[in-house]
Design a protein around this ligand. Structure first.
Ligand code: SF4
Ligand code: SF4
Length: 141
């Protein structure tokens, strides 16, 4: 019998490998992310976009450094903007796309060794919704 799955910790534990900061897919930034990061690094938001963002379709993503990693990734320090990292980075892997389509989880887990595979879809949808809700509440105060 599988052990019980009740919380985010039961299905995900970050290994601090940095793989999610390395290229794949791009890191989307919301308008709020842009304002937060700009303030943190003391940049004007427009200058921040010009210097640190690219477009992916109609949305902004953080640009990549020459090493193919996020421009804010450092091999030793990992995320250099941890306190203000984008919503997408804070939420991973508890994201809306899994709530709507739990089958996305296994595909995502191929790029993230911290995600346990083959979690029953009913448990995934429930736990991801709880974790996402917790994050949203902590951000929108
Ligand atoms: S790829 Fe997954 S395990 Fe590795 S740092 Fe990113 S979230 Fe953590
Ligand atoms: S903002 Fe930080 S956590 Fe997000 S991809 Fe860049 S280095 Fe990684």
């Amino acid at each position: 019998m599988d052990s019980e799955i009740n919380a985010g910790d039961d299905i995900f534990e970050c290994r601090q490998c940095g793989d999610c900061c390395n290229g794949f897919g791009g890191t989307y930034v919301t308008e709020k992310d842009i304002l937060n990061i700009s303030a943190h690094i003391k940049f004007d938001p427009k200058q921040f976009i010009a210097r640190y963002c690219d477009m992916s379709g109609s949305r902004h993503v953080l640009t990549l450094g020459k090493d193919g990693c996020c421009i804010f990734f450092d091999k030793e320090k990992q995320c250099t903007i941890h306190a203000v990292k984008p919503y997408m980075c804070k939420a991973w892997p508890f994201i809306q796309a899994v709530i709507e389509h739990p089958e996305n989880w296994n595909a995502m887990s191929n790029s993230c060794p911290g995600m346990k595979k083959n979690i029953p879809h009913k448990d995934l949808a429930k736990i991801v919704a709880i974790e996402k809700n917790k994050l949203d509440k902590s951000i929108i105060r």
